[in-house]
Ligand binder design. Structure first.
Ligand SMILES: N[C@@H](CCC(=O)N[C@@H](CS)C(=O)NCC(=O)O)C(=O)O
Length: 206
């Protein structure tokens, strides 16, 4: 059985868990906070969460894990069959992660832990977020799902990739950074009702 290491509060842990549920795979959750301790580094070399364990072998990085899950359990597919469409879904997911989520994450200390970040960092973050959102807006299909007709990994990154940006808007920029992208807000509302995501949300709140 697959072991999922990390904490339910983490968006990347939640994303991985939602994919495991979508795929109908058996898994066991193991509480493992991010640390630089040896046992954690053996699973995840930067000490972050999530990681998974399969027969004593470990894998970190949500993209790598999701790719592995897609291969061992192809149905239900979370990528389109057409290679180009599949790559477009991944392109969108990567831009959400690299150009939006990771950008907003620069301010996580203030957003989540109340430890202030400098005005310079805030200004650079806002500028880069605006640019990242433009890129994501350009790629989003939303017809009806993020990358097209079927629910894909890109929808998972939509669902778990904008939380810090919304918090940055509310707590630091004093504006809704998603205001120009109503399709994202609509998609978020639609995806939130999906059983896998509902279960992850409910269990994280329990
Ligand atoms: N690129 C990683 C990101 C994982 C990540 O940033 N996890 C956060 C929690 S959401 C973490 O472990 N943070 C603790 C740390 O940075 O030490 C992935 O996609 O899995």
């Amino acid at each position: 059985m697959i072991k999922l290491y990390g904490l339910r509060m983490s968006n990347y842990y939640s994303l991985t868990k939602a994919v495991l549920i979508e795929k109908g795979l058996d898994f066991e959750e193991v509480k493992a906070p991010p640390t630089q301790k040896e046992d954690n580094l053996a699973r995840t070399p930067m000490g972050k969460m999530p990681s998974i364990g399969v027969d004593g072998h470990y894998l970190s990085e949500s993209f790598a894990i999701v790719n592995y899950l897609e291969r061992i359990q192809p149905e239900p597919a979370l990528l389109p069959e057409d290679p180009f469409e599949a790559a477009k879904a991944l392109e969108l997911a990567y831009h959400i992660k690299l150009d939006v989520e990771l950008v907003a994450r620069r301010c996580i200390s203030e957003l989540v832990f109340n430890i202030p970040v400098s005005d310079e960092v805030k200004a650079a973050t806002e500028k880069d977020l605006v640019r990242g959102l433009q890129a994501v807006g350009q790629l989003l299909v939303c017809s009806p799902y993020a990358a097209g007709e079927t629910f894909t990994i890109a929808d998972m990154y939509v669902n778990y990739g904008f939380g810090l940006t919304q918090a940055f808007g509310a707590q630091i920029a004093n504006k809704d950074l998603l205001a120009d992208y109503p399709q994202i807000t609509e998609l978020l509302a639609r995806i939130a009702d999906r059983p896998s995501i509902k279960r992850v949300t409910e269990e994280a709140a329990a």
